[in-house]
Design a protein around this ligand. Structure first.
Ligand SMILES: Nc1ncnc2c1ncn2[C@@H]1O[C@H](COP(=O)(O)OP(=O)(O)OP(=O)(O)O)[C@@H](O)[C@H]1O
Ligand SMILES: O=P(O)(O)OC[C@H]1O[C@H](OP(=O)(O)OP(=O)(O)O)[C@H](O)[C@@H]1O
Length: 202
């Protein structure tokens, strides 16, 4: 038995579509609507449904052998896991955004849920920017004068446009990643390869 950690949000829906397109009905059917179930088993594969940010925690600690998580999650906080493959879904980007006509030199503060990634970028760019941590609805910050800019995920641009904000600079392209526990390939080699082979992502 191998355990695969999945998020319960948009990446689960994307993975379901991926399974449907990949003609893997046995797994797709099990994931259609887990409801309040936090795990399900299909043959020798157990899927657990976690908060996206917690997926790498289960993989790093060997509770899960594999996991599907956004690149942003495993870049914002480092985890001792194997990054196996980029998956063809969950595509978005982490960008600097703000009100129109904001000059780069005028950015003195930026709100974000990705403090480490934002501070890493501003340090690299030698920009003296105060990073303010928010947990969500980050677009409010420049609208209400909390910060000059934001560092947030942009996918379609709909949220920015709806709030009169513009995207200035992409700092990280993002897509879903398949990650693995470092010991699982030694202890469950055959089962790991069988499942990954079925997904066709390596
Ligand atoms: N518009 C978007 N907003 C946030 N994350 C996005 C977006 N588009 C793609 N993603 C990717 O999806 C991941 C989040 O998906 P996940 O399934 O973990 O949770 P969610 O859909 O954000 O729901 P929640 O975090 O509220 O449970 C992000 O880490 C990012 O890699
Ligand atoms: O470019 P768009 O397609 O508008 O997507 C970007 C928006 O989506 C996310 O918010 P959301 O509320 O969906 O997710 P969250 O709960 O992680 O903030 C993100 O924080 C942006 O606000």
């Amino acid at each position: 038995m191998i355990t695969v950690a999945l998020s319960k949000g948009r990446l689960l829906k994307d993975f379901q579509r991926f399974l449907k397109e990949g003609n893997l009905p046995q797994y797709e059917a099990a994931l259609v609507d887990p409801g309040r179930n936090l795990y399900t088993e299909v043959g020798d594969v157990r899927f657990i449904f976690a908060k996206g940010a917690d997926v790498p925690v289960y993989v790093e600690n060997g509770i899960a052998d594999l996991g599907i998580v956004g690149e942003d999650t495993i870049r914002e906080q480092s985890f001792d896991v194997m990054k196996l493959a980029k998956l063809p879904f969950g595509k978005c980007r982490l960008s600097i955004c703000g009100l129109p006509n904001l000059a780069k030199g005028d950015i003195r503060s930026a709100a974000t849920s990705f403090v480490n990634l934002a501070e890493e970028h501003f340090l690299k760019e030698r920009m003296d920017v105060e990073v303010v941590h928010l947990h969500g609805s980050v677009e409010l910050a420049p609208l209400l004068g909390l910060t000059d800019a934001i560092v947030d995920i942009v996918q379609t641009g709909t949220t920015l446009k709806a709030n009169g904000l513009v995207e200035y600079e992409e700092i990280l392209p993002i897509q879903a990643r398949l990650i693995a526990n470092k010991q699982s390939f030694y202890t469950k080699e055959a089962a790991m390869y069988d499942f990954i082979q079925e997904l066709g992502v390596l």
